[in-house]
Design a protein around this ligand. Sequence first.
Ligand SMILES: Cc1ncc(COP(=O)(O)O)c(C=O)c1O
Length: 390
Amino acid sequence: MSFRETSGIFPKGKLMRKSTKRNSNWKKRLGEIKPYKPGKPIEEVRREIGLKKVIKLASNENPFFPPKGVVEAIRRAASDVNRYPDGGSFYLKKALSGKLKIAPGNIVLGNGSDELIVLAIRAFVHPGEEVVVAKPTFLIYHIASMVEGAVVRAVPLKDMKYDMEAMRKAITPRTKMVFVANPDNPTGTYVNKPDLERFIRSLPRHVVLFLDEAYYEFARGGDYPETLMNALRKDKDIIVARTFSKAYSLAGLRIGYAVSREEIADVLNKVREPFNINSIAQAAALAALEDRTGHVKKAVDLATKGKKELYEVFNDLGLEYVPSRSNFVLVNVERNSTRVFEYLLTKGVIVRDMSGWGLPGFIRVNVGLPRENKVFIREFRKAMKEIAKS
Ligand SMILES: Cc1ncc(COP(=O)(O)O)c(C=O)c1O
C-alpha cells in the first residue's frame, strides 16, 4: 500500500487535484519545456501491443550484452550495495587516466553523459545568458538550458551537417556555452578536424565549448578530430564528454565521463551530487575498460556492417538517407513518419519517429544484431509498400 493511500495528511482525491495544479512560484520556463521522450522501452511495447518478440532499434544502444567479465564485476559489486559508493570513483578514474593518458584531476564522471551536459549548464550559464546549439540535435542541450533559464540560439543544420560558420556567427557577448555533438544525433554526421579546429580558434574567451562525443568509438579515424588535448588547453574552455552507454554496452547503468582543464573539472565536481555514480556502475565501467575480448571493436564492426546493409536497402527503395559516422541511420521515408513508426511498432520493431525533432518524414534506426536487422528490413519494406507516399 502506498503512502498516499494510508496517510491521513493527503485525503484521497485532494492529492490528485493538488499535484496537477501549477504553482506560480515554480520556474516560469518549465511550462515551455516539452519533456524528453525517449525511445519506447521493449517492455512497454510488449504490454501495449501484446507481442512477445520485440526488437528495439530506437535509442542507439549496443545490441551486444556486456562482456562476461563485466557482468561478473556487476554481480560482485551487487553484494556491497549496503555501502555508499566511492564518491571520487578513485579506481575508475585511475583506469580512465591510464587509458586516455590524462590526469585523474582532469576527469569528471557523470550519471550518463546526459548528466555532464546538465552539470555544465548548471555550472556555467546564468539565467538570461545564451546557449548556442544546432537544430535539430540532441534534445537535452535545449531542455537543460531552458531549465536554467538560458536563451537558446538554435542554428539550422546545412545539408544535415553542423553549420560551423553559422554557429560561430550566432555567438554574441551574452553566449556562455556552445554544444557540438560530434557525431551528431539524429543525423550521424560529424564535424571534421579542420572545421572543428577553425571553430575552436575563433571561439571568444567567454564561451565554454561542450564537445559531446557519445559516439566517439564509432566515429574515430580519418579526419574525425581527436580532441582530448584541446580539452586541456589553457587559452580555451572546452569540455569533451564521452560515454559507456554506447560502444561499451552499459546504457542501463548510466555512466559517462568528461575531460577538461582541472579548473573546469573542479567546478563540475562542485555542482554534482557527491554520489552521482553508483557502485555497480563504477565496477562495471572499470571491468569494461579492462575487457580483453575486443568488445568495443566488435560493436564498431557490427555497426559498420549493419549500416552498409541499411544503406543498400534504402538505395534499393530509392530513399534518401544520411551517411552516418555512428551506429544509427537517419532516413527520409517520404511518408508520414509517425504512421511508419506505428506500423513497425505493430510488427514488434521500435524505431524513432523524427517528427518530434523537427524532421517530419524521417525515422532514425540504429543497427541491431544481424537477425534484428533482418526483421527490421523485412517489415520496413512491407511498410514502404503498404503506406502511401505523402
Ligand atoms: C549525442 C548524444 N549525447 C549524449 C547522449 C547521452 O548518453 P548517455 O547519457 O547515455 O551517456 C546521447 C544518447 O543517446 C546522445 O545521442
